[in-house]
Design a protein around this ligand. Structure first.
Ligand SMILES: *Cc1c(COP(=O)(O)O)cnc(C)c1O
Length: 425
C-alpha cells in the first residue's frame, strides 16, 4: 500500500481544516497514522489518491448499503440534477419518499425530511417536548444522536446523574435536562421513571447501539422502553439513523418487533446524499409547524436530489438484499471468530445483520462501560495491518463495520486472510 500522496494532502488539509477533516473520526486519531484521501468508490471498493484499491467496510458510515455509485442511484441523481438543484418548494417526489417510508415503518404516520441525522434527532426531541410539555430527556451512555448541544451529554457516575456536557462549548444549562443511563440496564431505567417519570418528555435510544461498536439490545430492553414511556406519558424515540433500512427494511423496530412513538432515520434513506427523516405518531407530528406550535424548518430540507437518491436506494432494496446481507454478515462473523480462536487472540465479534464489530480483549460488550474495556491498542495495530492489506475498516474500536450487497463471498474470504495476517502486526 502506498500512502505518500495521502500523507501530503493530510498535511495540507491540517492547515486549513481542523484536524484535516470535516468530521473528527476521519482523522484516524483513534488508530494513529493518516487517512487515505479518496478519489472514488464503486460497489464494495474504494480508491485513494495513491492508486490503492480497498475493500470497503465503512460504506460512508452506513449509507452505501447498495455499494458505492449504484447505477440506479447515480442515474436518479443525474436526472434530478438536470431539473434543478433546489427549489425550496414542495415536490411530488417528497410525497413518494414519505409514502415509501411510511409503508416500511408502520409506527410512522407522518414525517419530515431534514438534511442530517443530527437535525432529525434534535427536531424529534423538540417535538416530543412540545407534545408532552416536559423538559427532561433520557439517553443512554455512549449513545450517539448527532452533535446538538443537549445530546452531547453522557453519564457521570450513578444512575440518572444530571447531564454533564461531553463537549466544551456546551453550557451546563443545555445538558441539564439530559438524563443518562447505562445501555441495556432495565433496572436503572425503571428506577429512574419511578423517581421522576412525570418530568420526562422522551427516551431516545439507538435500538442497536452502533456508536460504541455494535451492541445488540438485551431481550426486553426496547419493549420496556416503549412500555415505560407509555405508562408515564413520555415519548419513545428510536434513533434508527444507523439501523434504519440497515438491519431490515423496517429497521430495528421491525427486526425486534417493537413499535416506538417516534423514529429518526438517516444514512441509508439518503442513499449517500444529505437526507434524514424524523416522524412518528400523527398526534405527535401534528405539533410541528405550520400545523402546531413546534418550529422546525430547513432551506434544503427535502432537497430534490437527495430525495431522488433516497427513493432509488429504497426501491432497490428488497427482501433478497437483506437475506444476502445476513449471509455475508454471518460469513464474516464466523470467519473472524475462527481467526481469533485459531490465533489465540482474546476478543469477540458482535453483529446484527450487516453491522459488525470485532472487540479485542473482552468476552461480551453490553454497554459503554464494557465497550471501554476493549483493547484499543490491539485494535489500532490490527486496523493498521488491515489497511496495509487494502482492507478499509472503520478506524476506531468503538465503531461498527458495514457490509453492502455489493460485497461478494470472495471479498469476505480475502478480508479474512488479511484479518489473520493483520493479527501478527
Ligand atoms: C450517524 C448518526 C447520527 C447523526 O447523523 P449525522 O447525519 O451524522 O448528523 C445520529 N444518530 C445515530 C444513531 C447515528 O448513527
Amino acid at each position: 500500500m502506498r500512502s505518500q500522496r495521502s500523507q501530503q494532502l493530510f498535511k495540507r488539509a491540517e492547515s486549513v481544516i481542523p484536524g484535516g477533516v470535516n468530521s473528527p473520526v476521519r482523522a484516524y486519531r483513534a488508530v494513529g497514522g493518516s487517512p487515505p484521501f479518496i478519489t472514488r468508490a464503486s460497489g464494495a471498493r474504494i480508491f485513494d489518491v495513491d492508486g490503492n484499491e480497498f475493500i470497503d467496510y465503512v460504506g460512508s458510515w452506513g449509507p452505501a448499503i447498495l455499494g458505492h455509485a449504484h447505477p440506479a442511484v447515480v442515474s436518479a441523481v443525474k436526472r434530478s440534477a438536470d431539473n434543478g438543484l433546489s427549489f425550496g418548494a414542495p415536490t411530488e417526489q417528497e410525497i413518494r419518499l414519505a409514502e415509501l417510508i411510511i409503508g416500511l415503518y408502520p409506527s410512522i404516520e407522518m414525517l419530515r425530511c431534514v438534511s442530517s441525522g443530527t437535525e432529525a434527532t434534535m427536531s424529534a426531541i423538540r417535538v416530543a417536548r412540545g407534545f408532552v410539555k416536559r423538559n427532561y430527556v433520557v439517553k443512554f451512555d455512549g449513545g450517539y444522536h448527532g452533535h446538538s448541544d443537549g445530546l452531547l451529554a453522557k453519564a457521570g457516575s450513578g444512575v440518572g446523574t444530571l447531564g454533564i456536557p461531553d463537549s466544551a462549548g456546551v453550557p451546563e444549562g443545555m445538558a441539564q435536562y439530559t438524563l443518562t443511563l447505562p445501555y441495556n440496564d432495565l433496572v436503572a431505567l425503571e428506577a429512574l421513571f419511578q423517581e421522576r417519570g412525570s418530568d420526562i418528555a422522551a427516551v431516545i435510544v439507538e435500538p442497536v447501539a452502533g456508536n460504541i461498536g455494535c451492541v445488540p439490545p438485551a431481550p426486553d430492553f426496547l419493549s420496556t422502553i416503549v412500555a415505560v414511556c407509555k405508562k408515564f406519558g413520555s415519548v419513545s424515540i428510536f434513533d434508527e439513523v444507523m439501523t434504519g433500512c440497515r438491519v431490515s427494511s423496517g429497521g430495528a423496530q421491525a427486526y425486534y418487533g417493537v413499535t416506538p412513538d417516534m423514529t429518526c432515520l438517516g444514512k441509508v434513506v439518503g442513499g449517500g446524499m444529505p437526507l434524514a427523516i424524523y416522524g412518528g405518531r400523527r398526534d405527535i407530528m401534528n405539533c410541528v409547524a405550520p400545523l402546531g406550535p413546534v418550529y422546525q424548518a430547513g432551506t434544503l430540507s427535502g432537497n430534490p436530489i437527495a430525495v431522488a437518491a433516497g427513493i432509488a436506494t429504497l426501491e432497490h432494496l428488497d427482501q433478497a438484499s437483506y437475506v444476502r446481507l445476513e449471509e455475508l454478515g454471518a460469513a464474516l462473523e464466523t470467519g473472524l471468530n475462527q481467526v481469533l480462536t485459531r490465533n489465540e487472540v482474546s476478543g469477540i465479534v458482535q453483529r446484527v445483520g450487516s453491522m459488525l464489530t470485532v472487540f479485542f480483549g473482552v468476552q461480551r460488550v453490553i454497554d459503554y462501560a464494557t465497550a471501554c474495556q476493549a483493547d484499543r491498542g490491539r485494535f489500532a495495530r490490527w486496523h493498521a495491518g488491515l489497511l496495509k492489506r487494502c482492507i478499509y475498516w472503520p478506524p476506531s474500536q468503538l465503531e461498527s463495520a458495514f457490509i453492502s450487497v455489493a460485497h461478494t463471498s470472495a471479498d469476505i474470504d480475502r478480508t479474512l486472510v488479511a484479518a489473520e495476517a493483520a493479527l501478527s502486526e
